[in-house]
Design a protein around this ligand. Structure first.
Ligand code: EPU
Length: 347
């Protein structure tokens, strides 16, 4: 390698690296190798140089959906690719964002510029690449509603490729990146299709109530964003203070038959329609009904304001959290006859 290339090289490549700063649960765990790249070219070079001894791979974003139960005996890849560019189209704008950008900075930037569609997804931790894997969702919006295109590098070949929204087969907290494409691609950019006309969605949860408190009837996108930030700050623990990964479980989708059976027993049960044959029941409500809200099992706890969130009370191991998770799952199964599944990626 000549001097010039060496000076330009920015790939971070560490052996026996600590992941404590890379998981919002704040679990102490490490990995055999950690590689972080800042450009598409570096990402390509990285995958081309991977050896069999570097396997398995774990691709991480901001680590806000990750629970480490032991040291990862393999290579962790992280994209630090930055940059945002835009193309104006009829009635809207295509915003192409690099995978290493912080998601909420992207939302703030788009709202400030008058590009709408992301505002209900304000204040969700994590990075842009992960939004396309996880299909993040909140307050009546899912990111699949605005994803236009996902650009990636195929790990096996180092070749660039892209996927349309349809090809990613998005559904509630699901995508092909979590199924048959798992660990096969490194996402480098996500393009979102936003509107230059603001069309507010205020129906979900406490949004209206929060706006009413401020005396706002017709919010601007920035006011809506601020209301959502306020709601999330009130209800969800700050990972910098108490380690957590947001919702620990997915909300189960049940058949109409099961739903009607439960509704007869719990007429006050909150629920959301999925389609004419299915309803979604908030796992947080069920965990709360089981009496877990605010309770702890050793160093792992259930958040006192939102039972869907498990927290590291200080010094918890990944297995402490898994143990609490198992107790909760059993109680929900016994009381409601529903198996709830972690949303968090348990390694
Ligand atoms: N509920 C309780 N007790 C609780 C928690 C919730 O009774 O401890 C009830 C609430 O009163 C409400 C219902 O359950 O009637 C739903 O609660 P909430 O609106 O807080 O939403 P959620 O279904 O628990 C989902 C997402 C959140 C997202 C919110 C708001 C999932 C897995 N979680 O939670 O996403 O912020 O809706 O849209 O779908 C995340 O993914 O990390 C996350 C926080």
């Amino acid at each position: 390698m000549n001097k010039k290339t060496k000076a330009k090289r920015k790939v971070k490549d560490f052996r026996n690296y600590s992941l404590t700063q890379h998981n919002t649960f704040g679990i102490s765990a490490g990995c055999s190798r950690f590689i972080e790249f800042s450009t598409v070219a570096e990402a390509k070079e990285t995958v081309k140089n991977l050896k069999q001894t570097d396997m398995p791979l774990l691709i991480i974003g901001g680590g806000s959906n990750l629970l480490l139960t032991k040291d990862f005996q393999g290579t962790v890849l992280h994209s630090a690719i930055k940059g945002i560019s835009t193309t104006f189209i009829d009635g809207g704008v295509l915003v192409r964002v690099a995978s290493g950008e912080v998601w909420d900075d992207t939302v703030a930037y788009c709202v400030q510029n008058g590009w709408y569609g992301m505002e209900n997804l304000s204040h969700i931790p994590g990075e842009v690449g992960a939004t396309a894997v996880q299909n993040i969702g909140a307050y009546g919006t899912e990111v699949k509603d605005i994803i236009y295109k996902v650009e990636a590098i195929e790990i096996a070949t180092g070749k660039s490729c892209f996927f349309t929204n349809e090809e990613c087969e998005y559904s509630y907290r699901q995508s092909r990146f979590k199924k048959d494409w798992k660990d096969k691609y490194i996402i480098t950019h996500v393009t979102y299709r936003l509107s230059t006309i603001f069309n507010s969605h205020l129906e979900y949860g406490n949004i209206r109530k929060e706006l009413d408190k401020e005396g706002i009837e017709h919010p601007t996108a920035m006011q809506l964003r601020n209301a959502i930030i306020k709601i999330r700050e009130d209800k969800l623990p700050d990972p910098k203070i108490e380690g957590n990964a947001g919702s620990f479980f997915m909300n189960p989708v049940v058949s109409m038959e099961k739903f009607n059976e439960l509704l007869a027993e719990y007429p006050e049960m909150p629920h959301y329609e999925v389609d004419e044959d299915h309803e979604k029941i908030p796992a947080g409500w069920m965990i709360d009904q089981c009496g877990w809200k605010g309770k702890s099992l050793g160093r792992a706890g259930v958040h006192s304001k939102q039972a869907l969130v498990l927290v590291n009370k200080g010094g918890a191991t990944g297995n402490d959290i898994v143990c609490l998770c198992d107790h909760i799952r059993k109680d929900v199964q016994d009381k409601f006859g529903i198996d709830i599944h972690p949303e968090v990626n348990i390694i």
